[in-house]
Design a protein around this ligand. Sequence first.
Ligand code: GLU
Length: 179
Amino acid sequence: MCGIVGYIGQRKAVPIILDGLRRLEYRGYDSAGLAVLDDHEALCVRRASGKLRNLEDCVRLNPVDGPYGVGHTRWATHGRPTEENAHPHRDCTGDIVVVHNGIVENYLQLKRELQAEGHRFITETDTEIIAHLIEKYFEDRLEEAVRKALKELNGVFALAIISRRDPNKIVAARNGPPV
Ligand code: GLU
């Protein structure tokens, strides 16, 4: 089982997220990533394959920080353990990001339906469909869109989601694994 960390508060999120991911390393993983909303309200993603120190190096080379965000260590089930397939995953607009533990069992069928509706996929993962489903249902409240998207998912999962279209919140959900 891999790991999910989220932070929202008065402190800088990135060091707290990295520290949380470090504490979850014992679970095993093949890649890691994080997303934060920065002070200019841009949703910034950093990812790296391999060890957590690769993600830390990536953040050192391309610094980013903000008051809240999510992080993830991945144990690949769908798609190779590459940087492209590392979480967080984004919707078509890049305004919604998702980290996910578990498996979406009906992802192929959902992917075909979303592609037919015009959504563009850039990874090999089952997780990316969740970002696009949330995009599809998004009106103004992130938690409502997540609720609607979850009705379509089969499988066990733990999720954390942020969006710059509904800022200052992290939405978490689970069906099976703890979160
Ligand atoms: N099924 C997802 C993937 O392959 C999540 C795996 C995990 O639990 O880390 O990216």
